[in-house]
Ligand binder design. Structure first.
Ligand code: NAD
Ligand code: WQD
Length: 339
């Protein structure tokens, strides 16, 4: 694998992955419509690495753009991050989510097939397990019933790609089920820059820490967990990005279709996250206990042993690393990339 097309490469996880690809001397083409990102992320990646990225501003649903990208560049593999990801918004706008995430992936795969590019890494999510029947979650467990159109779109794409591989086993596909990505590159130059009020815990905490937001609501303290608050498997985005490079190695072995959890195997509660962030940042997080958020599960964490065995991948960063790196990014860039 020499040249990689990264869809959604200007986004949060994409930019961290592009950085590592450049560090490992891959040629990288990014296709991103910037609906939830800024090209500034890629400029900073170029600064950090001293290497350049080919950036195409365009949409994965646009067959003309796809045709031009695959014609101009000799792509060996595609890492496909592009998509919409806000759970609440997906309930309001299901058609936009299915169109972007399902039809977008379908259009991308048709262009790949047409150009004979059959190596694909797909960003899936632990949300495809639905409400966990037992923990930790491992890949052999049946997928569940995602509670929102976003999660359903990920499950639908997993099924579509599985059928695609069944129909033509010259495809090599790795489905990566991410748990809860947090953190930022240690340079403090790239990180998560959500539009508007964050939906996710970590960016919310960090914006309370900078004073941009007044108070965190802890959604429920009566779950069946050690302290009553929700437990999740937070994974440092740099570890997560590294999993994609390992997935490229796997594609090169022509193994067909594989599914891997990318998580640490360790769950932390909301109150533990607040405490860890306070320790790492020296800031006090103003919070209150609020009612449960609809659709939330009590606890969710990975069994990451399959990725360790077959991808030779492990998460190595600690909770302290995650909090320190988020604080470094957020305190340097309180307004994100537009500051
Ligand atoms: P992100 O929003 O930062 O990145 C997605 C990128 O895709 C953005 O840069 C956006 O501009 C681009 N994009 C969206 N629709 C597009 C389209 N139609 N054509 C071209 N570009 C388009 O999100 P992220 O957190 O980096 O997530 C990356 C992927 O990982 C997504 O598919 C997401 O669903 C998945 N994922 C994320 C999480 C998480 O918590 N962050 C967890 C599990 C899975
Ligand atoms: C974590 C914990 C909340 C915000 C979501 C998507 C999932 C995946 C990752 C993409 C929970 C609590 C949160 C707040 C809080 N995304 N919380 N106050 O819900 O595990 O996963 O992002 O694939 O599909 O559902 O992550 O960060 O929103 O919440 O108390 O303001 O923090 O209740 O226990 P979640 P999260």
């Amino acid at each position: 694998m020499k040249t990689v097309l990264v869809t959604g490469g200007a986004g949060y996880i994409g930019s961290h992955t592009v950085l590592q690809l450049l560090e490992q001397n891959f040629s990288v083409v990014v296709l991103d419509n910037l609906v939830n990102a800024s090209a500034e992320s890629l400029r900073r990646v170029e600064n950090i690495t001293g290497k350049s990225v080919t950036f195409v501003q365009g949409d994965i649903r646009d067959t003309t753009v796809l045709d031009s990208v695959f014609s101009k560049h000799s792509i060996d593999a595609v890492i496909h991050f592009a998509g919409l990801k806000a759970v609440g918004e997906s309930v309001e706008k299901p058609l936009e989510y299915y169109e972007n995430n399902v039809y977008g992936t379908l259009t991308l795969c048709k262009a790949m097939r047409q150009h004979g590019v059959k190596n694909l890494v797909f960003s899936s999510s632990a949300t495809v397990y639905g409400d966990p029947v037992s923990l930790p979650l491992h890949e052999k467990m049946a997928t569940g019933q995602p509670t929102n159109p976003y999660g359903m779109s990920k499950l639908m794409v997993e099924h579509m790609l599985t059928d695609l591989h069944k129909s033509d086993d010259s495809w090599n596909i790795v489905l990566l089920r991410y748990f809860n990505p947090v953190g930022a590159h240690h340079s403090g130059q790239i990180g998560e820059d959500p539009n508007g009020i964050p939906n996710n815990l970590m960016p919310y905490i960090s914006q309370v820490a900078t004073g941009k937001l007044a108070q965190l609501s802890v959604f429920g303290d009566d779950y069946d967990t050690p302290d009553g608050t929700g437990v999740r498997d937070y994974i440092h985005v740099v570890d997560l990005a590294n999993g994609h490079l390992k997935a490229l190695d796997r594609l090169a072995l022509n193994m067909g279709l594989d599914v891997y959890n990318l998580g640490t195997g360790q769950g932390y509660s909301v109150l533990e996250m607040i405490k860890a962030f306070e320790d790492a940042s020296g800031q006090t997080i103003n919070y209150k206990i609020a009612p449960r958020r609809s659709g939330d599960v009590a606890a969710c964490y990975a069994d990451p042993t399959l990725a360790a065995k077959e991808l030779n991948w492990n998460a190595v960063k600690t909770l302290e690393d995650m909090c320190k790196d988020v604080w470094h990014w957020q305190s340097n860039n309180p307004m994100g990339y537009n500051g």
